[in-house]
Design a protein around this ligand. Sequence first.
Ligand code: ZN
Length: 271
Amino acid sequence: MNYKNCPNCNAKIGKSLMGKPNELVSQDFYQKLKDFLPDDFIKSGYCGKCVEDLETVYFEATNLYGRYHNYLIGNNVNIHLNEKKVLEGTLKNREQCFEAEKKKLVEAFSKDIVIYSNTPKDIDLVGYVESFQVVNSGMWSTASDNFNPLISVVHDQLASAGSKSDELLTKGFEDSKKYIRYNTCLKKCNTIVDFKHSFSELAGNGKILIYSQGTAGIDKNRPVISFTAIEESNKKKTESIKTQIKEIEDYFASRTLTDLKALIESELKAV
Ligand SMILES: [Zn+2]
């Protein structure tokens, strides 16, 4: 095809008033560029000026090197990078959905977790579990440097502080138990044995740390949580998205700016 101007940089093709004439690159050279560059990026021809300045990168670049640089960093519209962004967004949403499904399952299942203060027989012990809650009791202690772990002290103070503190503390206990049950579910256990609470008053500012601990175990006569179904469903939903993202990454990993420069330099040398 005959061009008066370069389809890429718009420079005049043919004789010039000064210097050597500007020509389009050879068909062979163009074919190699066509094989290398993405279809949405490539122009129908490139001239000698397009393949000059293989270090120059600026925002309104007209040479091939600069334009490809901008394309790779997304300054120009790059449909592949845009697609990748959309896919990554979808994947993130999917992961959030999965976490929500998992949380729902844990919340439902944790209600059936049995807590023992002792260690009954026939429970397979799996591992240590713990949780803590900070309760703002509204109480003020005179002994700010005294971290007293004794429940009697807490109760004595509550008695003088009124029922509001008592409610808060009760809620703190419940929450601490709730979270230790969640942690037990996550360990795929259904029982907590050797369960204990302890308290610390935090720096005398009315905040109390409730610390719960125990050993998670499995009672074989009772059901154990399973994440298999939601994990498999999630895997099915995310696999193709991950594959598509990887395809885009792999495509550009084998088409870097350095690769383009090497291609152009070897062609220019061969002339
Ligand atoms: Zn050109």
